[in-house]
Design a protein around this ligand. Sequence first.
Ligand code: ATP
Ligand code: MG
Length: 460
Amino acid sequence: MASNIKRPNGTEDVLPKDIHKWYTVEKIARETAESFGFGEIRVPTFENTDLFLRSVGETTDVVQKEMYTVMAKETKFTLRPEGTAGTIRAMLQNGLLNEALPQRVFYITSCFRHERPQAGRLREFHQFGVEMAGSQSPCADAEVISLAKTILDRLGLKNIELYINSIGCPTCRAKYHEALRAFFDARKDELCDTCLGRLEKNPMRILDCKSPICSEIAKDAPVILDYLCDECRDHFEKLQKYLTKLGIEFKINPKIVRGLDYYTKTVFEFVTTEIGAQGTVCGGGRYDGLIEELGGQHTPALGFGMGIERLLIVMDKQECDYLTPKKCDIYFATMGDDALEKAMSLAKELRDYGYRAEYDVVGRGLKAQMKYANKIGAAFTVVLGDNEIAEGSAKLKEMESGKETPVRLDDKFTANFDSLYIDRMLDSLDDSATVKLFEEAAAAQAHEHGCSCGCCKEEE
Ligand code: ATP
Ligand code: MG
């Protein structure tokens, strides 16, 4: 017998029972980004390989070891290892940078890196990311960091530290590279092969090497902050001033260089120590040279990427609140064809109203249908048989309490169910939760006004 095919190593399935967690992160990230003026962008999953060579950088781990590249006909394509390159390519190709600056975009997207899979390190993972193009002011850096911080706060995360650093511009970096070369050259026999190659081309990359020996040596390496030019130093100082003004706590960590080559000046990471080695939940920075490198006009820009799987690991651990998982609101157990047809039409009405309604589509007996209703956690059930159809009424059973309420099976069924449903919900809440619920309901109604639901029809 053929063996079952399993998912590839380093990938994950998200099941319906967990999807509310993803919805929570996506909703909060999306709404927060929109409140900062960012609009969503969606770009292809794969791009020309050259795009990543030119942006991420040929001496980075991502390019040297981690890309999924395929040769299709004559062209090399790569599954995106990160979100920035494709986003900037799209902004250039669609002329967004000729419009009002700064341009602010965000994305929620999968990324692919051939890394050694472990907790918080996957081969397909998901990022929420933002890019802001067209401002060289440190105020934009503070704005982008503030957006990341607001999202983390709204997700309810605690004990996350913000580390910032400046890795300077090409001018100050040239001097720094010389100092690094001299430092590592003295210990070059101990470096790993990859870093040996980096020594000439891009010695700063050695600081980001994950090998224990290289990282031990790197601990004593010269720090970039001592080599910043006046402009970069001023930028970094102003950023600190703005962050302080915004009430955002931070620590300077001169060791942060980030794993992608395109960064200039500000780099930052939000890190937690609560989930082991893979504690960086968000990383980002400024990349003033990238747009020009990709064929555009010189346009200073910056952004960040948040690893959604890592966020969820921390949220689970810290028992953060998620949106309520969706469960069946009402289940119709039916006997006979007339009852089934009645259930079909009532379920349609309830669904149009926004309820999650189900009835038997398998042809099971009554007992098995009730067992199924229990398994899916239906809040209410209604048994429909010949008697109920003949009398035009049935009993609506609230499953938790077992309480039964007679209901007419007429065109008021949905409205009656609605009021029972709301009563039940209010009974289960304390005062502050009730207020929150009303606010959410009012917002949802304002949003959906004009839809085909019963309440909008009545208002017309
Ligand atoms: P790390 O140092 O952990 O490898 P990185 O510097 O490679 O991270 P970025 O390229 O800046 O990370 O990506 C931004 C965020 O995406 C990271 O902070 C992390 O939360 C997440 N991330 C990166 N690589 C992975 C991965 N392989 N699996 C899961 N999440 C990841
Ligand atoms: Mg990495």
